[in-house]
Design a protein. Structure first.
Length: 201
């Protein structure tokens, strides 16, 4: 069974990819996380775009392990902040991966911004690098930043992101509901043909 390295230690991202593959009927791929392979030097996320960072992470994983590798870089782009936090989303507050601090800072920066101007989009770029080449795709999920967090599902900025056409924040959706419409779900769906070829299914 071919193995696919997911260049992340986030168990939720691994589970999300597994659900997308299952829904698409892609079988025969063993998913591994960074916790399942020997440690290697990971390039810092210094790219100017989500695509740059995703491809760099996938290239690192493929070179270090020889395994086909998929990586994503994602974040939130807020209209009133000229597209920021963008690629800095995970470390917006200065500490990488502190979801509560990042969200609190974002809400503070939008404190006086009316709801009509709080438009935003979650963005995910996913890259797949294997012996047969590389593929980079992008998914976007438009919505609005709420005035306060709601819901305890998901991660990152999910509690303050209200998708267009929804009365529930991303953190109030079930995993299956989120997969069907989310930025990462949309990007991963675009990778399915390449992953199906990799799996030989």
């Amino acid at each position: 069974m071919p193995a696919l390295l997911v260049a992340s230690r986030n168990a939720k991202k691994l589970a999300e990819l597994r659900r997308v593959l299952d829904a698409a009927g892609v079988v025969g791929l063993e998913l591994l996380s960074l916790a399942d392979v020997a440690a290697y030097d990971e390039a810092p996320e210094t790219g100017a775009t989500f695509e740059d960072n995703a491809l760099a992470k996938a290239m690192d994983g493929f070179r270090a392990t020889g395994l086909a590798c998929v990586a994503d870089d994602s974040g939130i782009s807020v209209d009133a902040l000229n597209g920021m936090p963008g690629v800095l989303s995970a470390r917006w507050s200065g500490v990488h991966g502190d979801d509560a601090a990042n969200t609190a800072l974002l809400l503070a920066q939008l404190g006086d911004v009316p709801y009509s101007r709080r438009g935003a989009a979650f963005v995910s770029a996913c890259a797949l690098v294997s012996a047969s080449g590389q593929t980079v795709v992008r998914g976007e999920w438009p919505g609005t930043v709420t005035h306060e967090p709601r819901g305890d599902g998901g991660f990152g900025y999910d509690p303050v992101f209200l998708p267009d056409g929804s009365t529930h924040t991303a953190a109030e959706l079930t995993p299956a509901e989120k997969d069907a419409v989310s930025h990462r779900g949309r990007a991963l769906a675009l990778l399915v043909p390449a992953l199906r070829e990799l799996a030989g299914s």
